[in-house]
Each structure stands twice: as C-alpha cells, then as structure tokens.
Design a protein. Structure first.
Lengths: 419, 240
C-alpha cells in the first residue's frame, strides 16, 4: 500500500464525500478570509509607502511626526503651524539637499484638499517609483490652472477645461468660496491608489493670489487684478510642509538632525519610513484584532474538521480490522488517517486560495472606491505561501490526533471487532 | 534446529504448549499441541468466550502468546518483529470474518485484490501483471459462485452470502498457506452455508491451502477432515 496509500485515502474520502465536503468548505472559506485580510493589509501598507517612496525627509513646523505625516501625506487633519519661506529657502539651498517640493494646504474643493505646490510635485511624488502620469492634459502652466487627481475627476465628473472654484478652509459646509478666482482644470492624473488621487493641485502663486484680499480668514474687498508677470512674482510668506530629497542617501540622517535643531524656527523633520512604522503601531491594535479573529476562525474550522474525522473513527473500526487482516500494520492505519487529514486540509487550502483570489478580484473596485486601497498584486506571494505552509503544518498536527487514536485503537482491536 | 524447521515446513500451522491470557492472573487459552498440514482442514468449536477469536489474533501475529510457540508455514512468529509479522500475515494468511468483510469504497474485484497490496509474493503468485491478477480474482469469484454481473457493483449492495464469497476469494488469492475463518457462515441460511463451505474447501484444496474454521455449527463437521474443541485442546494432546 506504500504507493497506493494516497489513492486509497482518496477513495475512502470520496466514499464519505457528503460529510467531509462541508468541513472542507468551512475551512476553505475561513482560509480565504484570512488570505484576503492579509493581502489587503499588505497592499494598504504598500500603498502608503508607495505614496512617499522617493521622499527622504518631510519637514514641517514643530509637532508630532505622525501628525506631520498625516496632514502632509494623507491630508488628514490640519497643520497647527506653518514654516516660513525663509526657512524653506535655507533648506532648499542646503548643500546636502538634492530637491525640495513645498506644499501649502488649507483650501478645499467639495471635500477634496487643495495642494499649493510646484510643478516638480508631479515628478517627485508620482505615487510610484517615478513621476506621476497624466491621463489627460498636463501640469498647471498659468496661475489659475489646476491639476486634479483621478478620484476627483471620476467622482465629480470633471474633465480638462472644467472651471472650478476653490473654497477657503477644509470643512464641508459654510465655506467662503474664492468665487472671484475660478480655476481651469489643466490636467488629470492617472489613478495610483495613493492619496495623490484625492488632491487638487495648483501653484503656490495661485494660493497667494486667491488670498491677496484675505486677512485672518475673511475676505476684504475684491481681489486685485494682476497680470501674469505680477502673479508669477508673488511669493508665499509661509508654506505648510516640504518634501525633501537628499543629495546622497547617507546624508538623510544628518539632514534630519540639522532640521530638528534648526535655530531660526522650531521645525520637525521626519523620515517617512520610520514615521510610517510609528503610525502602524498606532493603528496596529485594530489590525492585530482583525488578524487574530481570522486566525481564530481558521482554528475553529480545523476543529470542525477534527471532530468530523474523530466521529467517523468508531464506524471505521471494522474497516481498520479488515486492513490489519489483509496485512496492514498499525503504522499503515496511522499513515492512512494522517494522509486523509492532510488531503482534506490541502484541498481546503487550495480551495481557500482560489476563493481568496476570486474574492479579491471581485472586491478590488469596491475597495478602491470605498477606501482608496488599490490592490496591485492579487496572485499569492511569499507571505501567502508562508501562511499556507503554516496552515498545512497545523493541519498535519490536527490530523495526528485521529491518526494516533486509530493507531492505539487498532492495536487493541487487532483483527476482531465484535465488541 | 535445522531438523525442526525442515519438519515444520510440512505444516501450515503448528502450535506447541501455547498459553495466553488477557490478564496475568488467569489463562484463557491453553493448547498443548495443534498442527495442520498444507491442504488439511480443521473445524474448531468451543463455547462463546472460550477464546476462538483470540486464537485467530494469536495466529495472525497481532497478539503475543504468554508462552509456547506458534509456527505458521514453517516460520516461528515470535522470532519476527512487529513489522515482519504484518508482512508475514499478508503473505501467508487469508482471513474471513463473520460479516463486514468488505471495504465499502472498493469495488468487488478491488476488494479481492486488496491483500496483494501488502504481499508482493502473493501478488507475483496471482499473476504477472494487473490484467492477469484481475482475471485471477474474477476466476476465484466465479469458482466461489459469484456471477459476473455482481463484480462491478459497490460491495455494500451485495447480500451477506455474496459478500462472504468475495471475502473467500480475497482470502484465497495468491495461494496463502493458511486460511483462517471466524464463523464465516453464521449469517447464512443452511443452503447457502453448505454451498459456500463446499466451494470454499474445494478451492482451498486446489491451491493446497490449509483451512482452520471456527464455528459452532455441528452440521458442518462432516465436511472437514478434522474437528476439535478448544476446551479439549488444553487437556489432551491433540494432533491431526
Ligand atoms: N481486547 C480484549 N481485552 C480483554 N479481554 C478480551 C479482549 N478480547 C477478548 N477478550 C475476552 O477474552 C475472552 C475470549 O474472547 P473471544 O472473542 O476470543 O471469544 P470467542 O470464543 O471468539 O467467543 P464467540 O464465540 O462469542 O465469538 C472473552 O471473555 C473476552 O471478553
Ligand atoms: Mg469470536
């Protein structure tokens, strides 16, 4: 039976397919759930990291790095302080700094944040490894031109040439519109699955221009009419944050020290990767709970499988005695039961993997629309393989229980099962 | 030792001063001497609980005697390891139970071929290739009175009498030295019983296979060359 053991187990299982199928399905569904949770978790982290992949340092006014990260990258919350244009210029001219992209936040359009920045933003923070891609049009050229993210375009149904008004502030209601200065959409960014998709991008000069007649949050009179040359000469007095690329990677830490110890103004410089880790530690609790729950479900399903296997052992005592009579050793009985359990677990894992892939394919548009999570990779990777291998091992351990039970019982029963 | 082995090779089974008990305080089985030559048949009787089934487990090498020796086909069982005894059982014994003799998930023919999975010598003896072995199984089924129309049916659809014929074919395939049958006819009506035993003994005889059948049924006695009662074997030296 050496070679035929698996075939033997398969035929025995097929004979009982009605009762085993249910527990295999249960296990498969929980495995699929676990795999999907893991995949979405990894893709989310991946997406977050991707949104700042080329950035070495983010600099803002003194504050908690996680907060700075949240408002500068994820556009969550507001900056409490700005940093001065002088500090920005000092930073930009620092010999160890390769490039800088300043951003100025504070305005919005129908719930989407407006980012005042330079055209270099699209080259440096493309949401991937390289520059951002435009699905239509191009970067802002004239002052009152705006680039919109893929989601903004899709949700609000905007196209190149659409005129939009920006609102002062970032709330959703009772905002004063900068209705004296409408913008024209000059370009639409291709979707990236990062916060890039949710922004409206204009030049720093445009931000200055629409605030020329504003003092401390209210509008005074009407905006002065300036020509393009005058507009181009406008210089912000302060900005919200700066994305920095170092000349050399090795210089990043000394740059961070320099920023954090900056004399003229209290600043905070953060390393995106490190602060992202801190952010994950903050959100880790919920994540861990979710993972724990999905592992617990798989555990329950394994128990269902186990109880199914154990409950049939009694009816199968005659089968085992018969096998002993035709020459099977107790070790064959052990192996048969173990192989049966392994086959069931293997089937459940394959089925679960399949379900997970189908589930992710189906969930992708919804996840993207609802949470902005873009699944780049749906096919199983190393992590999934490790999870599946771990589950197979757990399945083997679970399978040991009926195998050992049957082994001990067959030694007692021998060839006769009259009792 | 050489001589003894040579002598015992004549025997399909030889028990000598066999003692066995489930608990150390009492002795259930006590057999001074019992031997069966190849092709010989013996009907063993004994009241319920006298240890008939236990004896089959001892001969099958699944239980160990407290003392004494069991020699099957010239081989002393106690000199074999557990593993070797399993293999030895596969090669040299055919076993038929009272009922529930078939694996439900195998076809009738595959049930007959089952012992060959564990017994390479019996496999070789029953045919050179799968087709030949299958033909051998079908020949035995036919000889034991199971018509071809039943061969492909799921084994649990067969009547008890038909199942016992399949079990007999399985016990006989590959010509083992000894066939052990533990009350194989108790679920059969008299007509079926007689036909079954006749065919079984005829087929065993043609492959020189010794038969040790356990039964309460006195009506079977005259079909066997010898009869013995388990209770007598302990007091008088009984040999064939
Ligand atoms: N595994 C076991 N452990 C302990 N005692 C056992 C075991 N198997 C059988 N016995 C006892 O050994 C005795 C003989 O049992 P056995 O089954 O050999 O009898 P039998 O002669 O085959 O009876 P029957 O004609 O009813 O089949 C009985 O008293 C039984 O309870
Ligand atoms: Mg019995």
């Amino acid at each position: 039976m050496r070679g035929g053991l698996t075939g033997f187990a398969l035929r025995s299982l097929w004979n009982r397919r009605g009762s085993v199928l249910l527990s295999v399905l249960t296990l498969a569904i929980t495995v699929a759930l676990l795999l999907m949770v893991e995949r979405v978790r990894m893709e989310t982290r991946e997406g977050f990291l991707r949104s700042v992949s080329g950035v070495d340092l983010i600099v803002g006014a003194r504050g908690h790095p996680v907060q700075l990260l949240l408002y500068s990258v994820f556009r969550l919350g507001d900056a409490t302080n700005n940093l001065s244009w002088e500090s920005y210029q000092a930073l930009a001219e620092h010999p160890q700094v390769g490039w800088t992209v300043p951003i100025s936040l504070g305005d919005s359009h129908r719930g989407y944040r407006v980012v005042g920045t330079t055209a270099e933003y699209f080259a440096r923070l493309g949401g991937g490894d390289g520059a951002a891609e435009f699905s239509a049009g191009g970067a802002f050229g004239e002052t009152f031109e705006a680039v919109i993210g893929a989601e903004v375009a899709r949700r609000l149904n905007y196209s190149v040439g659409t005129a939009i008004e920006l609102a002062h502030g970032t709330g959703r209601i009772n905002l004063h519109n900068h209705d004296d200065r409408p913008f024209r959409v000059s370009g639409i960014l291709a979707p990236t699955g990062t916060p890039l998709d949710q922004g409206i991008y204009v030049s720093l000069q445009a931000i200055e221009a629409i605030h020329l007649n504003w003092r401390s949050g209210t509008r005074i009179g009407s905006a002065p009419d300036l020509d393009e040359a005058q507009l181009a000469a406008l210089q912000p007095r302060s900005i919200t944050a700066v994305f920095v690329g170092a000349q050399r990677r090795a210089a990043v830490f000394s740059l961070q020290r320099m920023v954090n110890g900056y004399r003229a103004e209290p600043l905070t410089g953060l390393l995106p990767g490190v602060t992202m880790q801190q952010l994950w530690q903050l959100t880790g609790g919920a994540e861990t709970a979710l993972r724990f729950a999905s592992y617990a479900l798989v555990g329950c399903a394994l128990m269902v499988l186990l109880s199914g296997l154990l409950s049939t052992l009694n009816e199968r005592r005659r089968e085992m005695a018969l096998l002993r009579a035709v020459g099977a050793g107790a070790r064959h009985v052990f192996a048969l039961l173990l192989v049966e359990a392994l086959l069931l677990v293997l089937l459940a894992l394959l089925l679960g993997l399949l379900l997970a892939i189908v589930g992710l394919l189906l969930a992708t548009p919804w996840l993207h629309a609802q949470f902005g999570i873009q699944l780049r990779e749906i096919w199983p990777g190393m992590t999934e393989m490790q999870v599946l291998l771990g589950l197979l091992l757990s399945g083997a351990l679970v399978g040991l229980i009926p195998a050992i039970t049957a082994y001990r019982r067959t030694l007692l029963d021998g060839l006769t099962v009259d009792r | 030792m050489e001589a003894a082995t040579a002598h015992n090779e004549q025997h399909a089974l030889a028990l000598d001063q066999l003692r066995f008990g489930w608990d150390p305080a009492s002795t259930l089985l006590h057999i001074n001497q019992l031997s069966l030559e190849r092709g010989q048949t013996l009907l063993l009787s004994g009241p319920s609980g006298s240890g008939k089934s236990t004896l089959l487990n001892l001969i099958g090498g699944v239980l160990q005697p407290r003392s004494g020796s069991i020699i099957v086909a010239g081989q002393t069982l106690s000199s074999l390891s557990t593993r070797q005894r399993d293999r030895f059982r596969a090669e040299n014994l055919g076993i038929i139970f009272q009922q529930f003799n078939l694996l439900p998930f195998l076809s009738v023919v595959d049930n007959v071929l089952l012992p060959l999975q564990f017994a390479p010598q019996r496999r070789a003896a029953s045919g050179d290739n799968p087709t030949q072995r299958r033909q051998r199984a079908e020949y035995l089924l036919d000889a034991l009175g199971l018509q071809a129309e039943h061969w492909q049916r799921p084994s649990h659809r067969l009547s008890v009498g038909q199942q016992q014929r399949v079990a007999a074919a399985r016990a006989l395939i590959g010509a083992p030295a000894l066939l052990l049958a533990d009350e194989p006819t108790s679920a059969l009506d008299p007509v079926n019983r007689d036909r079954f035993v006749d065919l079984l003994l005829a087929e065993a005889n043609s492959s020189a296979c010794a038969v040790l059948m356990v039964s309460h049924d006195p009506a079977l006695a005259d079909r066997f060359a010898d009869q013995a009662s388990l209770l007598d074997l302990g007091s008088t030296a009984q040999a064939a």
